[in-house]
Write a protein that binds this ligand. Structure first.
Ligand code: SF4
Ligand code: SF4
Length: 167
């Protein structure tokens, strides 16, 4: 059985954890929070370190040095990060749902996430080119599947890892 159907997030090895990212790039977008409701609205403006053509962080290993507030996903914080897209593989696994057919781990093809129109590749501009006061005009309704895949069978319970993986 594929590891993401058998293991909880906390049980994954670092390599498995890293491979779970589908490369959509949506977690690298600037989000604006509604102060009244707490809701986060994503823009089409990406972090200054994001390579929009490659759809990935341009210095992933050292990202915290460049962007100290970059949020490192962990098994502990994934359940609390409401701004993660519904398609995010970490969110899906946490919710006990299967991955979509276009996920590279399922399709075996890193391009499938882009062909499925789920990624932000080629569709964003850098935060370095947008004034903060104009961010509100950049709020974007990114396409998402109308409904998430139904939950898979329950996984067995697991103790949290002492050293969570990274993304
Ligand atoms: S939203 Fe999730 S799947 Fe998409 S790039 Fe971010 S961590 Fe990876
Ligand atoms: S530092 Fe890298 S991983 Fe973090 S938000 Fe920016 S582009 Fe994404």
């Amino acid at each position: 059985m594929p590891f993401w159907t058998e293991k909880s997030l906390a049980e994954m090895t670092e390599a498995e954890w890293e491979s779970l990212c589908d490369g959509c790039g949506k977690c690298c977008l600037i989000g604006l929070e509604d102060e009244d409701t707490g809701e986060i609205y994503l823009t089409d403006v990406a972090c200054k370190l994001f390579d929009g053509a490659a759809c990935r962080c341009s210095d992933y290993a050292n990202r915290k040095q460049h962007v100290p507030d970059c949020v490192k996903l962990t098994p502990e914080n994934v359940p609390t990060l409401t701004w993660l897209p519904k398609t995010c593989a970490y969110r899906l696994v946490h919710e006990g749902r299967p991955l979509y057919a276009w996920h590279p781990l399922v399709s075996g093809d890193a391009e499938s996430v882009h062909r499925a129109n789920v990624s932000v590749r080629g569709k964003v501009r850098s935060e370095t080119s947008v004034k903060t006061r104009n961010l509100i005009k950049r709020i974007t309704q990114w396409p998402e599947p109308s409904s998430p895949p139904p939950p898979a069978k329950p996984k067995r319970a697991a103790a949290p890892r002492k050293k969570p993986g990274t993304t």
